[in-house]
Write a protein that binds this ligand. Structure first.
Ligand SMILES: Cc1ncc(COP(=O)(O)O)c(C=O)c1O
Length: 396
């Protein structure tokens, strides 16, 4: 019997990521030294205090029972303290906080928890891929909001047709953004909250990159906007902020009914995060409140190195205010996929074609700053040589 996956599987994710992985293997097999600036996986470990907390917690025999799917009370209390410290937002650990096995876990399941097949959700294009994939899993119809440079990569809410706004169950947003590295200000969040209240739309804001902002930019929690808790939830992850991507620990906070809905769904699916990991998470949040650990400085240096280096070789890219990504408009005469492939085969540097994140990403590539400064400088040198060669051959 020939077994094929469900039709749903065919609609999941972007085939481009698989394609890039295949190119990378081909290049590696040719013996070329690959510098991978593709996937946004932090290259640094968590702080020594966090590792120490994890080691101690792993050694505690009482941490080996089933955890609870909503997260331990001490973890949720630590999240509440951190949100107050970081954003001056008060949260009730019993009703407004849910632990997650990575924010991917929560984002993947949210649509199933709060919407029904045939409902409509508003998603950004370009956007982080699980947003659209979660809608496929839940049978929810996507209405894509184009994010363009001329509007600072913010959705134009007034362009959403009224019938769509009336039907929409929820909206996904992500600032600072992956892949765009765009940020949003208070005026935008106020506009979004007013829009959501008017049309009774739940807002799910993904704040995975709040701890990676530069040049003094202060990111906002949507929950800082008065009235937001009536309609909004926010996701945060320890993956990027504390270099804990492999630990799988994150949380969703905000509107108690949405928290309850996702908690109910997840209590049918999993038993929560290993207690030892939650203890390490508490250590990370506590340490952050004493300002002993920050990832932003390192990414800011890397950003400057790459942006300045590429400018010197003639590739002008706007300076991002946040995230571990550079969203680079590509030189004329290429498609995103062509230039990503050519850069990889000619230089061994992996970047992701912008259209992997939605059709509006065409014309861009995403560069992840997940290598040491030395390796990034080498990547810039190689790309510089590539651009020079490409220019020379197009001049001929
Ligand atoms: C915008 C955004 N949201 C969510 C995630 C998922 O992170 P995690 O599941 O590790 O918390 C990522 C990871 O790259 C991301 O970029």
């Amino acid at each position: 019997m020939k077994i094929t996956g469900s039709k749903r599987l065919e609609q999941l994710g972007s085939a481009i990521f698989a394609e890039v992985a295949e190119w990378k293997e081909q290049v590696k097999s040719q013996g070329i030294d690959v510098i991978d600036l593709g996937i946004g996986s932090p290259d640094q470990p968590p702080s020594p205090k966090v590792i120490e907390a994890l080691v101690n917690a792993v050694s505690n025999p009482s941490n080996y029972g089933y955890p609870t799917s909503e997260g331990s009370l001490p973890f949720r209390q630590a999240v509440a303290r951190w949100y107050k410290h970081r954003f001056a937002v008060e949260l009730d650990p019993n009703h407004e906080i849910l632990a997650l096995m990575g924010s991917q876990d929560g984002l993947a399941h949210l649509a199933m928890a709060i919407a029904d097949p045939g409902d409509v959700a508003l998603v950004p294009d370009p956007g982080y891929p699980i947003y659209s994939a979660s809608l496929v899993l839940a049978g929810v119809t996507a209405y894509t909001m184009a994010l363009r440079a001329e509007h600072n990569f913010l959705p134009q809410l007034e362009r959403i047709p009224l019938e769509i706004a009336k039907q929409a169950k929820f909206m996904l947003l992500n600032y600072p953004s992956n892949p765009l590295s765009a940020v949003a200000d208070r005026a935008f969040f106020e506009q979004v909250v007013a829009y959501a209240v008017k049309h009774q739309i739940i807002i799910a804001h993904d704040l995975a990159y709040s701890e990676m902002t530069f040049d003094g930019f202060e990111p906002l929690s949507i929950l800082q906007i008065p009235g937001a808790k009536d309609i909004a939830v926010e996701f945060h992850s320890l993956s990027k902020s504390f270099n804990m991507a492999g630990c799988r620990l994150a949380f969703m906070v905000g509107n108690a009914s949405v928290v309850q809905a996702l908690r109910t769904l997840k209590s049918n699916i999993d038993y929560g995060v290993f207690l030892a990991i939650q203890e390490a998470g508490i250590a990370a949040l506590e340490e952050d409140m004493t300002h002993e650990f920050t990832v932003a400085e390192q990414y800011e240096k890397r950003r400057n190195l790459v942006i300045n280096g590429l400018r010197e070789v003639g590739w002008e890219i706007p300076l991002p205010k946040a995230t571990m990504f550079i969203w680079a408009p590509i030189p004329q005469g290429w498609t995103s996929r062509q230039i990503s492939r050519e850069i990889l085969f000619a230089t061994g540097v992996v970047v992701i074609p912008g259209d992997a994140f939605g059709s509006e990403g065409e014309g861009y590539v995403r560069i992840a700053l997940v290598q040491s400064e030395e390796r990034l400088a080498e990547a810039v040198r190689r790309i510089g040589r590539f651009l020079k060669m490409a220019k020379t051959s197009s001049d001929v």
